[in-house]
Ligand binder design. Structure first.
Ligand code: 5GP
Length: 116
């Protein structure tokens, strides 16, 4: 049985998904269950299971992902207001164990409630 994550299968084209952005290090897709009008997933091609497992050799990759977040925020018109979420581990609400960032935008967020 394959232990590839659903995101690795999407990256490898085994599961179809509309890639809004792709480069040599990452892809960006729409979340299948969007929590905001804009809800994108920025996913590194390298399958790091979760953020806490990232190591110094991943530093450039992590920085690259943040630059792609900025680019996607501009492209989707939410550069003046968005949230970036990384769920880490089951306790953090992570369900797909392949590191990814959620870009949530084009919605008014509650400044008093970061954690709902
Ligand atoms: P997590 O809870 O791990 O931080 O986030 C995983 C996200 O992946 C969830 O928001 C879920 O809706 C999304 N997701 C799970 N499977 C698929 C899929 O096959 N395609 C897409 N586009 N999103 C998915």
């Amino acid at each position: 049985m394959s232990d590839k994550s659903i995101f690795s299968k999407i990256i490898d084209g085994e599961i179809p998904a509309d890639k809004l952005y792709e480069d040599d290090q990452c892809i960006v897709i729409q979340d299948i269950q969007p929590k905001a009008p804009t809800h994108l997933l920025i996913i590194p091609k390298q399958p790091i299971p979760m953020l806490v497992e990232a190591r110094p050799e991943h530093q450039a990759l992590l920085g690259h992902l943040l630059l792609v977040v900025g680019e996607m925020a501009r492209r989707t018109g939410c550069e003046d207001g968005f949230r970036l979420v990384i769920n880490n581990g089951e306790g953090g609400g992570q369900t797909v164990f392949h590191l990814h960032m959620h870009l949530l935008g084009n919605k008014k967020f509650d400044e008093d409630d970061l954690a709902s």
